[in-house]
Unconditional design. Structure first.
Length: 286
């Protein structure tokens, strides 16, 4: 089973396209699939999509291939009737996803409501909190502190609408940085918004490199063709792997004493970063 800390991508698909689960299992670069009951499903189709999804996974007992992927579901907001129906339906059925994606989260109190409702049957399912509004961004640090939240995900489209802004790679820097800061301050993961132009691999590569340098751990995808680019950009480089090995070796030989690497002090945060790089290096896909 994939560890969420090692995930570099999440592939969104409409919840009524359950057949894509098998296809995703054959994609060597896929880490997680998310069946979307929210934005990808029209109001007229929400009831049917929910029924299709639950029926499928009540029968689906095995992973689709030798490449297990995590399964998540984005429910509708608890502030809507569709969200309440989503939650009720999950509680009444046997399908428990690995993670539940919470849309447009604006407060830790909102997360606590989800946690309370999913307290027994879903006690092991973690949350991905989508930060998609100005209020959510303002409260991102508190949201990240909740024990059930594993990931803060940046949602640019809805945020732009809420702000009345036209966001791009340059003027979204402050908002993206806020997500990373809030997530990492609580030891959580930060995932970036999908790149919508799925026929533009160069643009995806540029944006993924940009968010990698900001500290994002993964990037959401809307098309299978985006996965390989995302993974290859987010993979630790050979230089990073070698430096991580050298730094840990120096630190271990020092037995806790002050030490340095190429003139820079080595402390606990540096070691933790190196350990994460080496953990990810075990799963590098080429």
């Amino acid at each position: 089973m994939q560890k969420i800390e090692l995930c570099q991508n999440l592939l969104f698909t409409p919840a009524n396209r359950v057949g894509r689960y098998e296809k995703a299992g054959e994609l060597s670069f896929a880490d997680m699939i998310c069946f979307d009951l929210e934005d990808a499903i029209s109001i007229q189709e929400k009831e049917v999509a929910r029924a299709v999804l639950l029926s499928y996974f009540q029968k689906q007992k095995n992973y689709p291939s030798n490449h297990p992927i995590l399964v998540s579901v984005r429910v509708n907001s608890i502030k809507t009737s569709f969200g309440l129906k989503d939650i009720s339906a999950f509680l009444e059925n046997s399908f428990i996803p690995d993670l539940i994606v919470l849309p447009k989260v604006e407060s830790v109190a909102e997360v606590e409501i989800y946690a309370s409702l999913f307290s027994e049957k879903f006690s092991k399912a973690s949350f991905i909190a989508m930060i998609e509004t100005a209020k959510g961004l303002e409260n991102a640090s508190e949201i990240a502190k909740h024990e059930r939240v594993e990931v803060l995900a940046y949602g640019e489209i809805d945020l732009a609408s809420d702000l009345g802004a036209k966001l791009n790679l340059e003027n979204s820097l402050a908002f993206r940085s806020k997500i990373v800061q809030a997530a990492k301050a609580s030891g959580k993961l930060a995932w970036d918004v999908p790149f919508l132009d799925f026929k533009n691999p160069k643009g995806l590569e540029k944006e993924t490199e940009f968010v990698r340098n900001l500290g994002f751990d993964a990037k959401i995808a809307i098309h299978p063709n985006q996965l390989e680019t995302i993974v290859k950009v987010l993979n630790p480089t050979e230089k990073e792997i070698q430096e991580a090995k050298e730094i840990i070796e120096i630190y271990e030989k020092a037995n806790g004493s002050v030490c340095e690497y190429h003139g820079k002090m080595i402390d606990v945060p540096v070691i933790k970063k190196c350990q994460r790089i080496l953990e990810k290096a075990k799963y590098v896909r080429k």
